[in-house]
Design a protein around this ligand. Sequence first.
Ligand code: SF4
Ligand code: SF4
Length: 461
Amino acid sequence: ALSLFGQVKQIFDPRNLLNPGNLIDPEPLSANVRIPQLRRSPLAMKDPKFTLAVHQCTGVGKCRADTTKAGGVMCPSFQATGDEKDATRGRSRVLQEMLNGRLITDGWASSEVAEALELCLACKGCRRDCPTGIDMAAYKSRVLFEKHRRKLRPLSHYALGWLPTWGRLVTKLRLGALGNFALQTPGLSNIVRAFAGVDQRRPMPRFRTGASASHQHYELTAGAGSRGPVAIWVDSFTDAFTGGQLVALVNLLVSIGFIPRIITQDACCGLTWITTGQLDGARRQLKHALDVLTPIVQEQIPIVGMEPSCMAVWRSDAAELLPDDTRVPVVAAGIHTLAELLGSLNDWDPPSLVGHTIVAQPHCHQSSVLGWEADAALLKRTGANITTLGGCCGLAGNFGVERGHYEVSVKVAEHDLLPAIRAAGPEAIILADGFSCRKQVSDLEGSQAITLAELLVAHLS
Ligand code: SF4
Ligand code: SF4
């Protein structure tokens, strides 16, 4: 019947103008299906692993739902803008089209891809909350890597992506006072911000004057506690910028009976290189950190980390960046959060915090990679009245300080964090182990958030 219909149509529509390719001579069923097309795409054929990863998105759209009240993180940028291109799904679709090469033709450097990824906070919320395991933060790093491969990068990639290097340089050369003069003096600091690609509304952090935190406080680590040694892995931010987090941690560990040993060698996890897509640099940093940390783990000395996002690197990106390095799983298993370490002690109880109200902002990488369970269990034992926030603080490493991201960063903070702080009142304790989260609270609310170590040590009897 179709063939007869085709002959009749041919008489009345000899130039095949009406519904070409529909009923008569239709295209094969697979003609517009993405996967068969991908088999002809040079980009997709070159990188089947990445192609498979971005095609995990089934399009159901959980990433458009607001799940922060239930502890979800995904997807803060969509919650801020309400625009599909800023949802995990929208980004996945754009990356799929980039690999397909039919609608998006400029590959890694295409403007559509740049636009879709611009407001991704790299919070890793989707890595945990997306049912198919989309990890947009990792895909964004990969895109930035390919786009800028062997080319000059935006200035912010050198300023913020190499921040641990600059911090080490400043503390090693004892240039903290000079650095602070440049960062805090009006006019001069505006030039620094402009050069570094930092939003002019962002207050700049203060460098330590003198040596780095790990060198300044190294003498605190002598002791003879009965629980044996614990190595403290000081992240680059704690090491270079002002704050009492390291002293609090050392004092807490001593009070519990540990012998804290501060690791003074450089052992940066390369996180800022990862988030700016400088993956070769990240591998170099990771390999150097492995040289420092592996012998400590092999000596059976537990390592406690201070910055959740740095610890998360060992349990996520490090294995992806150095898949053949057998030291990565060894170090990943040997580094613990403070709550994990304390939770393993069955003869120690946290101080009572009955009567205190705590607003806890887990770092988004902690929620998504490390997990918050150990912290939640420990805090519960204190008897405090605890509000644990979902979502992201909105700063997310370099994202919130970069020029062009301020409004979205503030909007993300206004989703959960800032309203919760205001509702809890001025007496409430704001708990945040992440450097970014503490900076966001300080920048936007003028309040001081403290780490778990600072909280516990302040209430020891
Ligand atoms: S990104 Fe994940 S949550 Fe969003 S639509 Fe795709 S599969 Fe669903
Ligand atoms: S990393 Fe965060 S902001 Fe980016 S797509 Fe995933 S959930 Fe959204």
